[in-house]
Design a protein around this ligand. Structure first.
Ligand SMILES: CC(=O)CC(=O)SCCNC(=O)CCNC(=O)[C@H](O)C(C)(C)COP(=O)(O)OP(=O)(O)OC[C@H]1O[C@@H](n2cnc3c(N)ncnc32)[C@H](O)[C@@H]1OP(=O)(O)O
Length: 453
């Protein structure tokens, strides 16, 4: 029996800063960002949006577009690294919000949980849901990936920012893509990119500093969470290549592939923290797994790095990139990083491109190289199903992204510093964060949302 993705919906932040505007303000050569990293726009949340809002919007669209009854949904598994609470998962918020639309108790039968492992949490949630459907073929599961990729101002991550969510229906006999039950993994406990609980010396609620009884003995030291990661960009790239390479060759061994594994894939969809990450990082695998390997393993470390660089600039590799990797990139160029959603947005981008070009990819195999910092890679493959073109057309991906509203640099900074008090764009047919409770002692920090028509 086949299991896989039956339907996809998305909600991406509707505001963007052109990368050229950021490049100018930061005195970076625009060509480095546009031609070197493939960036064109970075999307940013409005004042009324957080990760719950994006997830709820994508989920609402998925339910409405596919016209299904809440009773049909057995679970909502969320992949995120932008949780708004250390105990209450985004999945719990989503159930509450869906009940606001569909009636109290309408989702009470539904299992909900969040999975966190940086950018690979959505793939973990999907793998879990695929297993569930394999055991319960008459049941349907939903995977939601939702994140806000926010980096410190003037950091090297700043130009890769983005925000949004995807919601995917996981079923037996899926319409879009069947995912095979072979998975290869590579994991290592490292600090390439992480969001630690920070220690600060004062804490304020509503502008009032107060002593927290738990930490009083530590001179008012208390721990807080911060949205922006601690990271080392070049080291994170090294972890990315090491993990994906190891998982790739484990997958090849698992499948007992003779010859080059990547040649059997129509497209390769990788985690894209920015559009050209896949093409920049895959060159080593391209060289190692070529029919006639371009690396012997006997090179010195310097020779090895130089050879990979040379391969990455070769005509053969450029052709390979155009054939296998390019289709997943355009959405990323227009959105930025979606963390857990990036790999699925890459799939949607590729399918939308094929639908537009009239290329029939039914029954073709797609290879996936997922990555999450911390660090873990999973490699798996899927076979495109008959309903892919209809689903890709119905998603209106690039038409939607075209409607994004440009903001200026000053507005960007205000949004980033949380100094912007009112919405830049009035919400319509979507969820908004209405307020965060500040008064009632038993509810401090509770978030309330409403659907705006
Ligand atoms: C965070 C996640 O989502 C999880 C992960 O994937 S971790 C792996 C990725 N890490 C991150 O995204 C962390 C945040 N990002 C960063 O720190 C940085 O954006 C980054 C490390 C990804 C890139 O670092 P950077 O210093 O800005 O860029 P750099 O690595 O020097 O690359 C610039 C590219 O532009 C090219 N370039 C420079 N000037 C150019 C010009 N004028 N015209 C054309 N190309 C140009 C360079 O040649 C280089 O490309 P190649 O290496 O392919 O030749």
């Amino acid at each position: 029996m086949k299991t896989g993705i039956d339907a996809i919906a998305f909600d991406v932040a509707k505001l963007h800063l052109p990368i050229r505007t950021l490049a100018k303000a930061r005195n970076i050569e625009p060509d480095k960002l546009e031609k070197g990293l493939g960036l064109l726009k970075m999307t940013l949340p409005d004042t009324h949006q957080d990760a719950v809002v994006f997830g709820a919007n994508a989920l609402t669209k998925l339910i409405q577009q596919n016209n299904f009854n809440p009773a049909e949904i057995a679970r909502i598994y969320v992949g995120t690294e932008s949780g708004v609470d250390n105990a209450k998962p985004i999945g719990s918020y989503l159930v509450g919000l869906m009940e606001q639309l569909h009636g109290e108790g309408s989702f009470s039968h539904c299992d909900a949980v969040d999975m966190t492992f940086a950018c690979i949490g959505g793939v973990d949630a999907m793998q879990n849901c695929l297993d569930f459907v394999r055991l319960n073929p008459d049941k349907k599961a939903i995977v939601v990936t939702t994140d806000i990729a926010k980096y410190d101002l003037e950091s090297t991550g700043e130009y890769t920012q983005g925000a949004g969510a995807l919601a995917m229906l996981i079923t037996a006999n899926p319409r879009i893509i069947a995912i095979s039950n072979q998975w290869a993994v590579s994991t290592q406990g490292v600090f390439d990119f992480f969001k630690p609980t920070r220690t600060v010396t004062k804490w304020q609620v509503m502008g009032t500093e107060f002593n927290d009884p738990w930490f009083g003995h530590l001179e008012n030291v208390i721990e807080i969470h911060k949205d922006q990661p601690v990271f080392d960009g070049q080291y994170s790239n090294q972890c990315y290549t090491d993990r994906t390479r190891e998982a790739y060759f484990r997958f090849k061994e698992l499948m007992q592939t003779k010859g080059s594994l990547y040649e059997s894939w129509e497209n390769i969809i990788m985690h894209l923290p920015y559009a050209y990450q896949g093409r920049r990082m895959f060159a080593e695998i391209f060289a190692l797994d070529a029919e006639q390997p371009l690396l012997t393993g006997e090179e010195s470390a310097e020779e090895y790095t130089a050879k990979v660089k040379e391969v990455s600039k070769s005509d053969a590799y450029r052709t390979f990139v155009a054939d296998k990797l390019q289709a997943a990139e355009p959405a990323s160029s227009l959105i930025g990083n979606l963390y857990t959603g990036s790999i699925f947005m890459g799939l949607l981008s590729a399918l939308a491109q094929h639908a537009k070009n009239g290329t029939d990819v039914t029954d073709k195999k797609i290879g996936f190289l997922a990555y999450g910092s911390g660090s873990k890679s999973k490699v798996f493959e899927g076979t495109v199903q008959k309903g892919w073109a209809e689903a890709a057309q119905k998603a209106h991906l690039f038409e939607t992204l075209e409607q994004s509203r440009e903001i200026d640099f000053e507005t960007y900074q205000k949004l980033h510093k949380k100094e912007q008090r009112t919405s830049i764009q009035q919400p319509e047919n979507e969820w908004v964060l209405e307020r965060i409770e500040k008064e009632a002692p038993n509810l401090i920090g509770a978030r309330y949302y409403k659907w705006v028509k």
